[in-house]
Design a protein around this ligand. Structure first.
Ligand code: G6P
Ligand code: ZN
Length: 546
């Protein structure tokens, strides 16, 4: 076997962010850019010889080329076999499942998640470890360090693998197995949910739903599971064909980007009972009822409160975790169930240890991510099936389920305001100024009964391995439980994105019908005032509100 050793020059910007290395396609297409980072990943791994690697992506532009390059590099590095999803397609949760099922050393997932695709869009690459979860910070730091010292990479000569055709192929002594992208994942879902009940509901005349795959990776999964297996009428899945540029859309399942789905569910005469969407790589979810939006934070709380209704969680859940900016609604459920609730930094990787040692069963984030210990990633379709299973059990509407949850636990009004593509310098100056004010904020009254109880920059100590993560977001906490949180996004590729998270708790059922933005207007004012958002960024209002 000839292994080519190619001389290269290190890049200085290959630092993985919240979720892998994410850059513009243009950047990834620079000579050796992808190769260098793949080699940096491989250089940080131990026990490669003979081991198994899982490989797939969300089908975005450059996915196919990247798969062939990575296969050749994996062969040169000494992997025993690589399992590839057909057509190079694997959703992030399906890849996580395969890593666990095949006891692989890890997996490479090609995705920039919800970022736009196409030649002008973004590309990304992330590595998940043997537990199926995103590489922990210690590992991504090691990859970054390796990338800066890289002077050569190893690759075998071109020999295209027909990834569209199921089968087993040989590549320079390494086995490449092209598998059906959906079937193992479907089996996993069948082991968790009541497929008989689901099938009865989805195939009945009286239930109508739409699942928006946003021309991204969940298309094949949703067609197969919802329509073929569960008998939902054809047309239930919309935008189900994965396209390299996501049909020009933005594969982010939120009210702003899933426009068609929103209009179907919000039409005055809407006949829909349920709507859902997932993102580029299939790990996010948005849940809608008829003219009703479920916040991801509420969704986690409601799934946790009702978990025993689902076969896979019949024996109850061990604990819940939520990322710090996610609303505190799940905390109330945990308190009532008498189980722990952990508050982690933003990023799914922080749930991995808690899941591995069994401290938690369910976890979620405000950024449209929900999941459980069935894999080590958030899982869009799993969340959809969970909701559908709940609807089938309760024989009630999404809105009623949420409203009765609020009646029992109180409502956490919640919204996130994103100021996108702001100048990096301005964003850092804003955060520095905010940080400098923190010591003066505690005890400060702001009118409308709002007094600051504490203000800090969130530090997390992992209860399993003791690792400490600092500077995870500025929190202004109020005595009545309200919160304002400021964070710079770790997934953007253009300038900086400032995220402002607003949360207000309301126990009184009579006050559960307010408009969300009106309910949070006081907090938004305070946020703008304290962080001097307009002064630093020139922006009067957020670009995207979810
Ligand atoms: C990705 C990660 C999530 C994270 C989200 C938001 O989707 O997998 O765990 O919550 O990005 O990240 P950001 O840094 O942009 O707020
Ligand atoms: Zn994603």
């Amino acid at each position: 076997m000839t292994i080519q050793i190619i001389k290269t020059t290190p890049f200085d910007d290959q630092k993985p962010g919240t979720s892998g290395l994410r850059k513009s396609v243009k950047q990834f297409k620079k000579p050796d850019y992808l190769q260098n980072f793949v080699q940096a990943i491989f250089n940080t791994l131990e026990n490669v010889p003979g081991s198994t690697l899982i490989l797939g992506g969300d089908g975005r532009y450059f996915n196919r080329e990247a798969i062939q390059i990575i296969l050749r590099m994996a062969a040169a590095t000494g992997f025993g076999r690589v399992i590839v999803g057909q057509g190079g397609i694997l959703s992030t949760p399906a890849a996580s499942n395969l890593i666990r099922q095949y006891q692989a050393l890890g997996g490479i997932i090609l995705s920039a998640s919800h970022n736009a695709g196409g030649p002008e869009g973004d590309f990304g690459i992330k590595f998940n470890g043997a537990n199926g979860g995103p590489a922990p910070e210690s590992m991504t730091e090691a990859m970054f360090a390796a990338s800066k010292q890289l002077h050569e990479y190893r690759i075998v000569p071109i020999q295209p693998i027909p990834v569209d055709k199921l089968g087993v192929y040989q590549l320079a002594g390494m086995q490449v197995e092209v598998i059906d992208s959906v079937s193992a994942y479907q089996t996993l879902m069948e082991s968790i949910f009541d497929f008989d009940k689901l099938a009865a509901m989805l195939s009945s005349e009286s239930f109508k739903m739409r699942f928006d795959a946003m021309h991204a990776v969940t298309g094949p999964y949703a067609h197969q599971i919802l329509e073929q297996r569960l008998g939902a009428p054809e047309g239930t899945v919309i935008h189900g064909l994965p396209l390299a540029d996501f049909g020009g859309g933005h594969p982010d399942p939120n009210q702003a980007h899933a426009k068609e789905l929103m209009s179907l569910l919000y039409a005055r005469q809407s006949t829909m009972d349920f709507g859902a969407a997932s993102d580029g790589d299939g790990d996010r979810n948005m849940i809608l009822g008829k003219r009703f939006f479920v916040t991801p934070s509420d969704s986690l709380a409601i799934l946790a409160a009702n978990a025993r209704l689902i076969p896979g969680y019949r024996n109850g859940i061990a604990g819940i975790a939520r990322s710090m900016p996610t609303s505190q609604a799940p905390d109330r459920v945990a308190a009532k169930l008498g189980i722990p609730c952990f508050e982690t930094p933003t990023g799914w990787k922080f749930f991995g240890n808690l899941l591995d040692v069994g401290k938690i069963t369910l976890c979620g984030e405000e950024s449209f991510g929900t999941g459980s210990d069935h894999v080590r990633e958030k899982d869009g379709l799993w969340a959809v099936l969970f909701w559908l299973n709940l609807l089938a059990e309760k024989q009630d509407s999404v809105e009623n389920i949420v409203r009765s949850h609020w009646a029992e636990y109180g409502r956490n009004y919640y919204s996130r305001h994103d100021y996108e593509s702001i100048d990096l310098k301005d964003a850092n100056a804003l955060v520095d100024a905010l940080q400098a004010q923190l010591p003066t904020l505690a005890g400060k009254p702001f009118g409308s009964g709002l007094t600051v109880s504490a203000a800090d920059n969130f530090t997390y100590t992992d209860p399993v391995d003791g690792s400490v993560s600092k500077n995870q977001g500025i929190r202004i906490l109020f005595t009545n439980g309200s919160r304002i949180i400021f964070r710079l996004s770790g997934t953007g590729t253009q300038g900086a994105t400032l995220r402002v998270y607003l949360e207000k708790y309301e126990a009184d059922t009579a006050k559960h019908n307010q408009d969300v933005q009106e309910a949070l207007a006081d907090l938004l004012n305070i946020a703008q005032q304290v962080a001097r958002i307009t002064e630093f960024t020139g922006r009067e209002a957020a670009d995207v509100i979810t």
